[in-house]
Ligand binder design. Structure first.
Ligand code: TRP
Length: 465
């Protein structure tokens, strides 16, 4: 939650269901939906990944989101204190969860830097550069082959400064308001681009087939770990965020309905973003490049063929930039408040410390595409240090935090504490029974299984397929 909000009105500030769902969705919808989901879907063979993702979102994602929001509302505390409050011995679970955003923000800002660059270039009429060489520009840009390593580093810093500026001057509330207009606009634009592609791009239906028609032979241990990592990342789970959001929630708001709505918005945007990017990437021959650059190399090709594309492209990237900024600002807010909570330092000092760490880790990610390149198989995702940070947080730390959260709720504090919280003030809880089964048995057990085999698969030690 934003500082402005907590200072002005204290806890339990969401005006109602809609306010809560809007605020949580604004933080949930970001590069996870627009950049990471399409990338992973194409990497894991298209339709089969989408199916696995939807199934896991409905079961694991939904249950965990309910559990985290309820945990937050029950304790009225943010992540670290929420665990500590219910049982002092287990405060450390909250500490691990809180460390996740610290490792995510740096590379999030690197990608935010790419978006900023794509916006700036398309705005000054350089769309043809972005689309040059059949989409090779993105790779040349991040590896320094185009203009050296200074460029990606500078754009990373520009994006980070935008975030820091927002946090320092505390315009979070303004940003939230603005996002209520710009987010729906982004959605309309995505739909418009999809319609254009379906009508104007030759052979697009083969790509749609790849995206929506599952090919079971593509299934592997990695598919499951990839999908679950994406659910955590995209729905902002297993990192204390939803706990903090829940702590601001009034007792009369139905947690189950809210979780469902946030999940539907988040998954809906991801699937649409996939429909916008994957078929066209596939049709234009990027489909098998399996890279993180789909959003950056495939779309400029589309804009180039589009009448008025020079105008559409900068508007599109500006809206994406905005979606990335809202998410990055709330991530940074979290990091800043974690330092304040943990060591009782002043907020300003915490901002400085956070920024220094983010710059350091972000530069490692940037240089990881250039002179500091490192390749440790699927774990680095062909993206050097950025890939390693991404895998470490989403595929290792977050599953661990999720397992610990379930075990904590089910066996340390008793699940009735959470289910009673959800049914507070006579609220309905339609899926109570499946929820309890998920949290007590399915989540901890299957998540452990997924984590272990997914990692073995990623390091090439053992292949499930
Ligand atoms: N869910 C966001 C996205 O899809 C990214 C994100 C992860 C995030 N953790 C967060 C955003 C915490 C805000 C707060 O891009």
């Amino acid at each position: 939650m934003t500082r402005a909000m907590s200072e002005e009105v204290g806890r339990a500030t969401f005006a109602g269901k809609i306010g809560f769902v809007m605020a949580a969705s604004a933080s949930a919808v970001g590069l996870g939906n627009l950049w990471r989901f399409p990338y992973l879907t194409s990497h894991y063979g298209g339709g089969i990944f989408v199916i696995v993702y939807i199934i896991l979102a409905l079961t694991f994602g939904f249950s965990l989101m309910i559990a985290e929001i309820a945990l937050g509302r029950k304790t009225g505390k943010s992540c670290i204190s929420a665990f500590g409050d219910l049982c002092a011995k287990y405060k450390w679970i909250g500490v691990i969860a809180a460390l996740v955003p610290l490792l995510i923000v740096p590379y999030y800002c690197v990608i935010g830097g790419w978006v900023t660059k794509w916006f700036a270039s398309s705005a000054v009429g350089e769309l043809d550069t972005l689309a040059a060489d059949g989409g090779a520009y993105w790779w040349n840009f991040i590896t320094g082959a185009a203009d050296g390593m200074t460029e990606p580093a500078v754009w990373f810093i520009v994006f980070l400064l935008l975030c820091v500026l927002c946090v320092v001057i505390g315009v979070d509330k303004g940003i939230e308001k603005l996002s209520k207009i710009l987010m729906p606009l982004l959605l309309f634009m995505i739909i418009g681009i999809i319609v254009y592609e379906m009508v104007a791009i030759d052979g697009i239906w083969e790509g749609v087939n790849f995206y929506l028609n599952p090919d079971i032979s593509q299934l592997s241990g990695g598919t499951f770990l990839g999908a679950i990592s994406q659910i955590f990342y995209s729905m902002s789970l297993a990192m204390g965020i939803m706990i903090t959001y829940g702590s601001y929630l009034k007792k009369d708001v139905n947690i189950e309905h809210s979780a469902r709505n946030i999940g539907v918005v988040d998954t809906g945007v991801a699937i649409l973003a996939g429909l916008m990017i994957i078929p066209v990437a596939f049709t234009m021959g990027f489909g098998d490049s399996k890279g993180m650059g789909l959003m950056f190399n495939a779309l400029p090709q589309v804009f180039e063929t589009m009448p008025g594309g020079e105008v559409v492209a900068p508007i599109f990237y500006l809206l994406v930039l905005f979606a990335a900024l809202t998410s990055a600002v709330s991530l940074l807010e979290t990091v800043v408040s974690v330092f304040v909570d943990l060591s009782a330092i002043r907020r300003r000092k915490s901002i400085v410390i956070s920024t220094v760490i983010i710059v350091a880790l972000g530069i490692v990610s940037v240089m990881g595409f250039g002179p500091w390149m490192i390749d440790i198989g699927a774990f680095s995702q062909g993206a050097g240090w950025l890939g390693i940070f991404d895998s470490l947080t989403n595929s290792v730390m977050m599953p661990i935090v999720a397992i610990l959260t379930c075990v904590f709720i089910a066996y340390v504090v008793k699940i009735t504490v959470i289910t009673d919280e959800i049914k507070e003030e006579g609220a309905s809880f339609r899926f109570e029974k499946p929820f309890v089964v998920m949290i007590k048995y399915v989540c901890p057990f299957l998540l452990t299984f997924m984590l272990v085999f997914g990692l073995l698969d990623m390091f090439g030690i053992f292949s499930l397929y």
